[in-house]
Design a protein around this ligand. Sequence first.
Ligand code: DC
Length: 233
Amino acid sequence: MMDQAVAVIAVDGPSGSGKGTICQRIAAVLGFHYLDSGALYRLLALAARRHKVPLEDVEDLSVLAEHMDISFRMNADGDHPEVILEGEDVTAQIRTEEVGAGASKVAAIPAVRTALLSRQRAFATAPGLVADGRDMGTVVFPDARVKIFLTASAEERARRRYNQLIGKGESVSLPGLIEQVRARDERDTRREVSPLIPAEGAEVVDTTGVDIEQVVETVLKIVRNAGISTYRV
Ligand code: DC
């Protein structure tokens, strides 16, 4: 079981809410560990492909989820985390659309989610953890000291995605992306397993039209109000 003395800050929300960037900033300010739980589902999809485990094979997928050889480390500049699978840096590979689609499939399997529970909880070590995901405050860390639900309007999240894709040289339509984001919200909030909803007691932070620095300040204020010191000793 989790060490109750370790402070956990659970941050949930849809993609495009700015969660990843904000969680990494908060973890750096506090000197806490950072868990990118979405990366675990992405790693599982990639590991399944490598080991030729079909995404429908619930039993083998669960075994793989429990035993896959993964680790996280900071890059040489110390400014972003790298993701390692079986000794190989797969940071870029897990971000492809194909792996993302696989991650979404495996994340819908209850046995897989259960198999990943203890692996996620193992990240809660001293001095503390910032856990980023969809069900951190509801399922994985129900006793978290702080629970935050980050969100933004569908239009704004679609616009952020649009800018990312245009930056990568892809041609996409903004209205099409807005439709996709709305459809995904509908699926995510209604699904039976770990639906994407704010945990009880979570503070909802809307990042629509707010810059990253301001959101970081707002989250740090919530963290301080919960009695967690934001000054590193
Ligand atoms: O945040 P992300 O795009 O890296 O997440 C990858 C997939 O995993 C996405 O389909 C949502 C899912 N996910 C989840 O179901 N639960 C989490 N705690 C984190 C991610």
